[in-house]
Design a protein around this ligand. Structure first.
Ligand code: B12
Ligand code: SF4
Length: 457
């Protein structure tokens, strides 16, 4: 049995233009290798294509003689993956299509019920599921006995296997298979030191995907991996992919000490929470190779922050930012378009945006995306609206579908059409119903904030 694993990612905004080492797929490849499988891997982001979201390009890319085609993607490329694999499966009825990653996992039931050409969806962490699934597809065990799967039977009918338990001891996982790809093709790299986030922010789907229990890798392993990335592969910078790097203060200080003791020079950036970032940490970060931190601040309004269950103290934020901006790059993300955000709330966010820019802080503001695993989406309190006026910019800059609702060769764009037909499968392309939406948009535009920038994450 021949298997091909595909990373379906595209290069995003100019800022993030470089190709990124696909950590998730590298974990899957090394787990599969350890289990005795030799898998072909292809990474779509490395293709030089004028329009990577053109189904015909992706169709050509996935075509080969493999029996099993496994594809990893986020929500943004799910329409492309669904559309292309449907055409693929019509041509090659005997091939098995497997989807995994946060994109398909977040909407797995609805997706497999509506699109039965997808044979299997693997939910959650893949290091145990993937090799077991391959063994089952070889006929060596039953598919039903593999945890964490949805198996297609026919339209509307599918089977869910037992849920896959979280991997408790990440130290038992083999390192991502860096040696299995051409690392020179990639410009940026990230590593995970921990998985999961305990916070309840209701717009985010990280906790629902990875779980509220945070699992950690030993710092010894983390430092060894950093050494490998620096010395063997020559990277000068690395992103720590943990959702909240500053979660465990003692561990963060131990990391910084180990970094210095081992004489590492690779510079790192990390996602932090402002309420977990002390003055002492900022000082130590500076001495331990930190060149950038990301802070998800989300709103300048205490009212909104309370409603999204992220009660950050704005005064504390300003103090932290003033200090940190002198030491390293501080990148802050704000979100607009919460359905309960008043004009006053939005004005407070805009005020914060301009105020923080004064300190040379790198601030951006993105339109809220209804992510399918988020509590805000699942409460079903707010209707989803597909907004014509935002279609091309929201869709293109937020989720990278370049045509918007333009007519392509006289026909409506097929992916936009798919999104329109299935709001519950592709909710991230919609906005929550908000009677102030037009007013908010007009206000932001009147300040010269271009919608392109406002819709980028
Ligand atoms: C780093 C990061 C980025 C980086 C690079 C991402 C990349 N790898 O190409 C950048 C900055 C480019 C980025 C961009 C975007 N990102 Co991002 N990103 C992340 C972050 C912080 C870490 C991703 C990561 O590497 N995780 C570690 C690896 C090990 O996990 P993994 O890839 O998910 O793989 C594991 C499992 O999912 C599973 N698995 C994955 N694929 C498959 C396939 C099979 C067959 C199987 C069996 C299993 C399996 O097994 C793997 C090992 O356990 C996550 C948050 C998070 N904690 O995941 C957000 C996150 C994934 N991003 C998110 C979003 C929305 C985006 C954007 C769409 C944002 C935007 N507006 O543009 C873009 C799209 C980019 C693209 N390339 O298409 C959302 C996804 C939400 C969703 N439902 O899809 C997340 C969850 C953050 C959030 N809550 O907002 N992102
Ligand atoms: S926004 Fe950040 S802190 Fe909040 S749940 Fe998501 S990852 Fe955790």
């Amino acid at each position: 049995m021949k298997t091909t694993l595909i990373n379906c990612a595209v290069k995003t905004s100019k800022e993030y233009d470089g190709a990124r080492v696909p950590q998730g797929c590298l974990y899957l490849l090394s787990a599969a290798r350890n289990a005795g499988f030799n898998i072909e891997f292809r990474d779509y982001q490395l293709e030089k294509l004028e329009d990577p979201l053109d189904t015909s390009f992706f169709l050509r890319f996935i075509e080969d003689d493999a029996d099993v085609l496994a594809i990893s993607c986020m929500s943004n490329l799910l329409p492309l993956v669904v559309n292309t694999t449907k055409i693929f499966k019509e041509r090659y009825t005997d091939k098995t299509i497997v989807l995994g990653g946060i994109g398909p996992s977040g909407v797995a039931e609805r997706l497999i019920a509506e699109f039965p050409h997808i044979d299997v969806i693997a939910r959650g962490e893949g290091e145990r599921t993937f090799p077991e699934l391959l063994r089952a597809l070889e006929g060596k065990k039953s598919l039903e006995s593999v945890e964490g799967l949805l198996l297609s039977k026919e339209k509307g009918v599918f089977h869910i296997t037992q849920p896959r338990k979280r991997i408790k001891n990440l130290n038992n996982l083999p390192l991502p298979g860096y040696d299995l790809v051409d690392m020179k093709s990639y410009e940026t790299v990230g590593i995970q030191t921990a998985r999961g986030c305990p916070f309840p922010c209701n717009f985010c789907d990280v906790s629902a995907y990875w779980g509220h229990d945070t699992t950690y890798r030993s710092l010894d392993l983390v430092i060894k991996e950093l050494e490998l990335i620096e010395k063997q592969y020559g990277f000068k910078k690395v992103t720590i992919l943990d959702d909240t790097f500053t979660l465990n203060k003692g561990r963060v200080f131990d990391f910084c000490k180990a970094y210095r003791d081992r004489g590492l020079t690779i510079q790192w950036s990390a996602y932090c929470r402002v309420d977990l970032l002390s003055d002492e940490m900022i000082e130590i970060f500076e001495k331990s190779g930190c060149y950038r931190i990301f802070l998800g601040v989300e709103s300048g309004s205490n009212n909104v922050l309370r409603k999204i269950s992220k009660p950050i103290d704005i005064n504390r934020l300003i103090q932290v930012v003033k200090k940190a901006c002198n030491k390293f790059i501080v990148r802050i993300n704000l979100i607009w378009g919460f359905p309960f955000e008043s004009m006053e709330d939005l004005k407070e966010s805009v005020f914060l945006l301009f105020y923080l820019k004064e300190f040379n802080c790198d601030v951006s503001m993105a339109l809220l995306s209804p992510l399918p695993l988020s509590r805000l989406y699942n409460e079903k309190k707010y209707r989803l609206i597909f907004r014509e006026e935002l279609q091309s910019s929201v869709v293109s800059s937020r989720f990278y579908l370049p045509h918007g609702n333009e007519l392509v060769n006289g026909k409506p764009d097929i992916l936009v059409d798919l999104i329109r037909k299935h709001p519950d499968i592709f909710p991230g392309f919609y906005v929550f119903e908000d009677k102030l939406f037009a007013q908010k948009l007009e206000y932001l535009n009147s300040l010269g904030l271009e919608i392109e920038k406002l819709t980028r994450q």
